[in-house]
Design a protein around this ligand. Structure first.
Ligand code: HEM
Length: 334
């Protein structure tokens, strides 16, 4: 087998018209309608995770719930073994660590090695699907044809898989953890959601606005433009700060207030915008909604465990995620 594959540009770092060709291949798998079919299995996965800690009356929510929930869902969708999830999590962490721009050369090397392991694992899985097709995203990618012509090459498939795996995990984990912390900081909201779970989807939107898991991303201006009176020449390197847009007082009234009933909460930029708008937004929304429906139905009197939390975030320039969240609770439904 090859040592590794050069980075390909398929989705996040690609431009039209090529971007559209790659994007149309994966759009089908992530439409709200297709994602809704996953609801029963997401519910089962979330329930089983809660089963695993509810008897203890305490949980470290990040690693016992917010990490494994999206990881298991995406492992199932890709069609790879749940037994390998610890490794996926490491690959996922190592893929995003360099983006934060806050690691040293040793760690960079470790992350590069991890990327190679990822490629070799998934290249092997793809080879297996060539001989034994299955009902999963890996097989879909093998069967895909760019504009009904050529199949994807292995480097392109690996690049798409890496984006689906990485983009889907870290971000959804961060959303669930920060949304829970926001509820603990606003106990009135917690009671309101428990009394009326139909308000959970808007609460999720407000959490995305308020604590955007992707605070910003680098982009290059393709054409001369002007934003807010500032001229931006073609070729300029920019960082689009979604987190800042989401606190823009010209758009959101009292943006520094967390309000689960904010009427325009869904107008946030936490999933970006335009042609690169997050592919996994329907999936992330559904996972967070089901997660909170079950957590709030089964855990009562939730509070942060004294002396265990420092509420620090993983160091990163662009991503925002709590390192850990230790909670205590009273089980209301075992
Ligand atoms: C709360 C969870 C999530 C957040 C906050 C988030 C955020 C984002 C953002 C900001 C972008 C860039 C959009 C732009 O450039 O305008 C993006 C793109 C993307 N996201 Fe997500 N994401 C989340 C979950 C997911 C999930 C679950 C998946 C996996 C299925 C996923 C897959 C992708 C992919 C593949 C792209 C690149 C799309 C393209 O360039 O066409 N994301 N996401």
């Amino acid at each position: 087998m090859k040592q590794g594959w050069l980075p390909a540009h398929t989705l996040l770092t690609n431009d039209p018209p090529a971007h559209r060709r790659f994007r149309s291949l994966v759009n089908k798998a992530f439409t709200p309608r297709r994602v809704a079919l996953l609801e029963p299995s997401i519910r089962t996965i979330a329930s089983e995770l809660i089963d695993s800690f509810i008897g203890a009356g305490r949980v470290e929510l990040v690693h016992q719930f917010a990490v494994p929930l999206p990881l298991t869902v995406i492992a199932d969708a890709l069609g790879v073994s749940r037994n390998d999830m610890t490794t996926f999590k490491r690959w996922s962490d190592d893929a995003v660590a360099p983006i934060g721009g806050m690691i040293g050369p040793e760690r960079e090397l470790e992350c590069a090695r991890s990327g190679l392991e990822f490629q070799r694992y998934f290249a092997r899985e793809l080879d297996q699907r060539r001989d034994h097709p299955r009902d999963d995203i890996l097989t879909d990618l093998l069967n895909a044809r760019l504009e009904n012509e050529r199949p994807l090459d292995t480097g392109e498939m690996l690049n798409m898989l890496q984006q689906i795996l990485v983009a889907g995990n870290e971000t959804t984990t961060s959303l669930i953890a920060s949304a829970m912390l926001l509820l603990l900081q606003h106990p009135g909201h917690l009671d309101a959601l428990r009394a009326d779970p139909a308000r959970i989807p808007n609460f999720i939107e407000e959490a995305l606005r308020f604590e955007s898991p992707v605070q910003g991303l680098s982009r290059v201006a393709k054409i001369d433009a002007q934003v807010g009176g500032v001229p931006i020449p073609a070729g300029a390197q920019l960082v689009l700060m979604y987190g800042s847009a989401n606190r823009d007082e010209r758009h959101f009234a009292h943006p520094e207030k967390f309000k689960i009933d904010r009427e325009d909460a869904r107008e946030h930029f936490a999933f970006g915008g335009g042609i690169h708008y997050c592919l996994g937004a329907p999936l992330a929304r559904l996972e967070a909604k089901i997660g909170f429906e079950l957590l709030l139905a089964r855990l009562g009197e939730i509070r942060p465990t004294a002396n265990l939390n420092d509420f620090t975030h993983t160091p990163s320039f662009t991503l925002r995620g709590l390192k850990a969240l230790h909670l205590e609770f009273v089980a209301t439904r075992l």
